[in-house]
Design a protein around this ligand. Sequence first.
Ligand SMILES: [Zn+2]
Length: 386
Amino acid sequence: MTFSIDKDYLTKLTQELVQINSTNPSLSPENKGEAEIGAYVAEKLKELDLEVTTSEIAPDRVNTVGVLKGSGGGKSLLLNAHLDTVGVEGMTINPFGGDLRNGRVYGRGAQDMKGSLAAMIAAVKAILDAGITLRGDLLITAVADEEHSSIGTEALVNEFKANAAIVTEPTDMHLCRAHRGFIWFEVETIGRAAHGSRYKEGIDANMRMGRFLAELEKLGQELLQREPHELAGPPSLHAAMIQGGTEISKYAAHCKLTIERRTVPGETVESATAELQGIIDRLEAQDSTFKAMVKATFWREPFEVKSDAEIVQIMDKNLDERLGYHPEHIGATFWTDAALISDAGAETVLLGPKGYGLHSAEEWVEMESVIDLAHVLAETAIKYCG
Ligand SMILES: [Zn+2]
């Protein structure tokens, strides 16, 4: 079956998406949110006769989903992009210009990830223009808040399910099959408050945290020495924030430390908590006045899909045909919404366009790779949905 990507449509769509401010208000209150861009995307999906749902997850925060219903009997595929962008402070170009120069579209979110969203929509259009009927459903999902706490994809996976998913975060057209997760921990050492002169009564919680930190640093070094995950690298941690004591002439009764632990596929909240508890247990065994507690306060799971998964095999082949070389399989050290979609039961991969300047002063996306992406997405939908 042959189809072609409408390049003018795709380029114009990328530019218009960049021209709509959708900075994430959870990052900074003056930022605008996704309501306007969500409505724009809904309109574009309606023009293609998709079944469109716009859900408001919080004030000015929306998900827009368009479903191309299959004729029945095929597998469903979900394409995912976030609508929000980071802020525009310090940018040296017009963040909402959407200018096209030398085959690049410039502006905040051009690569992360409005070019991708445009490619998803252009892929559906190509399928429809060619008169191709899919058996399985194809879902175009544009979500809020990936750049902060992913309330968009969290809500999305409760409502929409699919057999496989492609998250189109920028990967420079490599196929990303794994990334790390993270856990936020709070560790508290407990001392005993006393006037600074009363050395027999006071127990210094800050000094005890010092002991814990010395051991934590050793654990941090040990993590980096472990056999790294083949794609996502080694696990790591850092002691992010610390606070202890209330005034200078007083023994500190409490000291609180927050730790961010980055996890690799295979690690769990339980296993990472046990490592920290192990340090506390050892320190307690050395000194009966040492008291501390650890708790995990928030976490996001790592993500991995195997190389023999059907969606990976199909995309490998399509990328090979489109780009003329076998795509590199990569991992990422950071977390993405792919983990939430994968946990909800969809075989998930990440593939996105080439560009420059994520979260920085100048951002652009290379339109040729956006066109390649649209092509590969359409081809994959045709093969996977049947
Ligand atoms: Zn992104």
